[in-house]
Design a protein around this ligand. Structure first.
Ligand code: PLP
Length: 354
């Protein structure tokens, strides 16, 4: 039986994408070769890379606006250091909204002064700080759009005059934003875009070349822009499957259409969490995430029972992160409404039987 996959990452991909990827593993474009066994410089693979980059920009509304899309390696974790390596001359401002933001801050501190403008650590990151001030003189402001572990999401970004850098690993392509407000966006593929192994970087070309340090070639965004993500051998399969997922998204009607779905899925689930006396939501209502829904049992003695009901219904990947406990339903773009409805049914059945 196909499971209802609520995994936080790597996470669910559209069925059609997995099927197409499986066919391409055996015979790609009728070449009589697998997509895994052709040169990354062959015209068939170069077409995949070009299309992936073009679709990424198109979905973000950034085509022909002075941005470049790159597919790199090393995960979002490498972007934690690559961003300051390329952009931090003296100081940068960071918003601390959770584990990933804290890691980004730790890496940036190796390159210059970091102003933590605000933190929600005082309440275990269950909210997004507001009304903070970004110092004028900083080289950039960094934030995390969606906090995968805690289930919070920034719904309103500050208007800054400083360059805006954002880790969008777990909500890229999930909602419409004015992406032209951002100067650097990065996202590990494995949450909402594709399989693990590649990281999307979208960068405004004119923010580069302003730091005085020398940057190793592999960590210099300009290298990858010059070589069109082919400076070294790219992770061909991860890029290919990401491209197929971006095509799938286009066929769904793009980001605007998927946002409607995501709203519906998250609203239904939050409504059940609020209605059901046996659950309580973790994140503050104003800051809840449309992608990762975190909740706890009001009484932990029922845990076994709920887990069993979930298992019987084919629900997988619902365990909360160890730093929050409880449950986390990751309801990324590819998760069908039907899976959310199944979870809601199990939650209300649980309440009836408890
Ligand atoms: C998962 C995640 C990361 C880490 O990504 P890697 O690709 O494993 O380095 C960073 N930031 C956010 C918001 C994430 O969800």
């Amino acid at each position: 039986m196909k499971k209802h996959n609520f995994s936080a990452g790597p996470s669910i991909l559209p069925r059609e994408v997995i099927e197409q990827a499986s066919r391409d593993l055996l015979d790609f474009n009728g070449l009589g070769l697998s997509v895994l066994e052709i040169s990354h410089r062959s015209k068939d693979f170069v077409a995949v890379m070009d299309k992936a980059c073009a679709l990424a920009l198109e979905h973000l509304g950034l085509t022909d606006k002075g941005y470049t899309a790159l597919f790199l390696q090393g995960g979002a974790n490498t972007q934690f250091l690559m961003a300051p390596y390329n952009l931090l001359e003296r100081s940068a401002a960071y918003l601390n909204t959770g584990t990933w933001a804290s890691k980004a801050i730790k890496e940036a501190q190796l390159f210059g002064q970091v102003h933590e403008v605000a933190s929600s650590k005082d309440r275990n990151f269950c909210y997004i700080p507001k009304n903070y001030t970004i110092p004028e003189a900083v080289d950039y402001f960094h934030c995390t759009s969606n906090n995968t572990i805690f289930g919070t999401q920034i719904h309103s970004f500050p208007d800054t005059t400083q360059p805006l850098v954002c880790d969008m690993s777990s909500d890229i392509f999930s909602r419409v934003l004015d992406f032209s407000k951002f100067d650097l966006i990065y996202a590990g593929a494995q949450k909402n875009m594709g399989p693990a192994g590649t990281t999307l970087v979208v960068i405004k070309n004119d923010i580069l070349g302003k730091v005085s340090r020398s940057i190793p070639s592999m960590l210099d965004y300009r290298t990858h822009i010059d070589k069109e993500s082919m400076f070294n051998t790219p992770p061909v399969f991860a890029v290919h499957v990401s491209m197929l997922t971006l095509e799938w998204l286009k066929a769904q009607g793009g980001v605007m259409a998927i946002e409607k779905q995501n709203k519906m899925k998250s609203e239904r689930l939050y409504q059940e969490i609020e209605r059901n006396s046996l659950f309580s939501g973790f994140a503050d209502i104003a800051d809840r995430s449309m992608m990762n829904v975190t909740f706890n049992l009001t009484d932990d003695q029922h845990k076994e029972k709920f887990n069993t009901l979930c298992q019987e219904a084919g629900i997988s990947g619902l365990n909360g992160h160890r730093s929050v406990g409880g449950y986390r339903a990751s309801i990324y773009n590819a998760l069908p409404l039907n899976s959310v409805d199944t979870l809601i049914e199990v939650m209300s059945e649980f309440e009836r039987k408890a």
